[in-house]
Design a protein around this ligand. Structure first.
Ligand SMILES: Cc1cc2nc3c(=O)[nH]c(=O)nc-3n(C[C@H](O)[C@H](O)[C@H](O)COP(=O)(O)OP(=O)(O)OC[C@H]3O[C@@H](n4cnc5c(N)ncnc54)[C@H](O)[C@@H]3O)c2cc1C
Length: 278
């Protein structure tokens, strides 16, 4: 249908981004192609060391999935998105396709090895997530393509991650957020991946902050160096949620807390995480 209707058509998944935009008249598609009637598009499967999410998998389904809970940062994300109504309708595929700079999924999935399966009448292609998210509200999808599946490699043993977002209330997007995924060997950090959310047009990977942790014992000095680098890499805009300076300070504090929780989880401890509210 997309290839027949061309760019006057929009796909409808959970409708939790598209319908508000249509209500505000920021989007007025001539045709809506409703994906909700296609069976077999909502699932969570574990295969060959990867978790596979059908595009229509709702945030709430990820939140309650025992399979996804094996990668705690996924549960942190799903459980913290907006309120129950939004989580019951909104989908992981819709969230990545929307590429909202304040969306949670892209930030979290950037810290894991994530690929996106894109489908069209011409066939399918697998796109690594960093190449899929091109810019604010812009992805690698062409107008006749559908996001079919999100494939997330399960991190190796002794890995742990955490995602923290700071919000003014549940049904609003975060003011800032930080995702951290670490792999430890004893008390030395072998691998560190950090992504900052809501402080740039796309999730930001603060490479120097990751470098400050990699191969190091995670002392207060190493963590402080990573936090400073993360603050420096953030590129926030002042808006109704706070000034750019405020957001830069905030994102540093979130990175610090997320590192501390990731270390504990990498050691096998169960640590509950919830978003932080003003
Ligand atoms: C009050 C409120 C608060 C919210 N707060 C948050 C929040 O805190 N954090 C957060 O991350 N999100 C938040 N959201 C957004 C929510 O997570 C949405 O579910 C998500 O952004 C879009 O998913 P959807 O399934 O609803 O997509 P839709 O709204 O149906 O579609 C969004 C866009 O993606 C396209 N699309 C959808 N599915 C596909 C597909 N499979 N292939 C190709 N294109 C596709 C559509 O054509 C459309 O352009 C909030 C929404 C509301 C209404």
């Amino acid at each position: 249908m997309l290839s027949q209707l061309g760019d006057e058509a929009k796909l409808l998944a959970g409708g939790q981004s598209l319908i508000p935009l249509m209500k505000l008249r920021f989007a007025s598609p001539k045709h809506l192609v409703d994906l909700n009637f296609i069976s077999g598009t909502s699932y969570i499967k574990e295969e060959d060391g990867a978790l596979r999410f059908g595009a229509l998998t709702r945030h709430a389904e990820v939140e309650s999935s025992a399979g996804a809970a094996k990668v705690p940062i996924l549960h942190d994300c799903a459980a913290g998105i907006a309120d129950a109504q939004v989580r019951n309708r909104g989908t992981i595929g819709g969230s990545l396709a929307e590429a909202d700079p304040s969306g949670d999924w892209a930030t979290v999935l950037m810290t894991l090895e994530t690929e996106v399966r894109c489908l069209s009448t011409k066939g399918e292609r697998i796109v690594p997530l960093p190449e899929f998210i091109k810019d604010a509200y812009t992805t690698a999808l062409s107008p006749d393509e559908v996001l079919g599946e999100v494939i997330v490699k399960v991190p190796r043993k002794a890995s742990g991650g955490a995602y923290l977002a700071f919000k003014r209330s549940a049904p609003v997007y975060p003011t800032a957020s930080a995702a951290v995924q670490l792999t430890m060997e004893g008390d030395v950090c072998k691998e560190a991946v950090i992504a900052l959310g809501c402080v740039g047009l796309t999730p930001i990977r603060p490479k120097e902050a990751e470098f400050a942790l990699r191969g190091k014992q995670l002392t207060d000095t190493a963590i402080s160096a990573a936090v400073e680098s993360a603050r420096g890499a953030a590129d926030p805009q002042s808006d109704m949620r706070g000034s750019a300076d405020y957001k830069r300070t905030l994102v540093g504090a979130l990175v610090k807390r997320a590192i501390e929780i990731a270390v504990q989880r990498a050691a096998g401890k169960q640590v509950e995480v919830s978003h932080i509210y003003a």
